[in-house]
Design a protein around this ligand. Structure first.
Ligand code: GTP
Ligand code: MG
Length: 203
């Protein structure tokens, strides 16, 4: 009887926890995205304002219990600094990540090739094999932003590597929130579909 109650208690009080890595060049909008997701799913958290986030030196982490009607799981979001000198830290997070969100500044045309090269390195790393990759064409609220189709073309060049993977490109504005819920919903579906390959932690 004790074991039955213990089992029921465990079942009622634990949830699956999935880690999501938010990567991308410096100034792409990663921290703004994290803050926006927090403001949507956590009660009482204010939405981020333009220019309010200092460049990230190190990491920010937030655990979000998803509200209904989304599945009752925790998303553990890791936002890691994108400056060149910090990018070699990213690899430490790969093996425990259940998905990668790669944020692209759609207004930063001069750095779009750099962006593609950096994504290529992430995709080619052994420890990211088999996990879903979501590319976000961010800053779509700005007039001068590249369209999502143009961003897709740039990333087509690494399509062979991505073709065997679960990947998607979605347009968003981390600042206004347009597309952010859709992005989270895509991630939730894909990490749960992939849970036999990369199982969640139980918390
Ligand atoms: N217009 C617009 N500005 C944005 C958007 N997302 C981020 N920004 C702005 O872009 C700048 C950089 O945003 P951050 O979120 O700090 O960028 P980051 O990727 O975390 O940068 P690092 O921490 O240096 O890696 C800030 O001024 C943000 O307000 C967006 O969707 N639209
Ligand atoms: Mg940041």
């Amino acid at each position: 009887m004790y074991h039955l109650f213990k089992g029921l208690y465990y079942y009622a009080t634990t949830k699956e926890e999935y880690s999501i890595l938010i990567l991308g060049l410096d100034n792409a909008g990663k921290t703004t995205l994290l803050e926006k997701i927090k403001s949507i799913y956590l009660p009482g958290v204010a939405a981020p304002k333009q220019g309010a986030q200092p460049p990230t030196v190190g990491q920010n982490m937030s655990t979000i219990p998803l509200p209904p009607p989304l599945p009752s799981i925790y998303l553990k979001l890791w936002d890691i600094g994108g400056q060149e000198s910090l990018r070699n830290l990213w690899t430490q997070y790969y093996s425990s990540a259940h998905a990668i969100v790669f944020v692209v500044d759609s207004t930063d045309k001069p750095r779009i090739e750099e962006c593609r090269n950096v994504l290529e390195i992430v995709v080619d790393a052994e420890a990211t094999e088999g996990i879903p990759i979501l590319m976000l064409a961010n800053k779509q609220d700005r007039d001068e932003s590249l369209e999502v189709e143009e961003i897709k073309e740039v990333f087509n060049k690494i399509a062979e590597r991505l073709s065997a993977r679960d990947s998607r490109v979605l347009p968003v504005s981390a600042l206004t929130g347009t597309g952010v819920r859709e992005a989270v919903e895509w991630l939730v579906t894909r990490i749960m579909m992939n849970k036999e390959y990369r199982p969640p932690l139980m918390r």
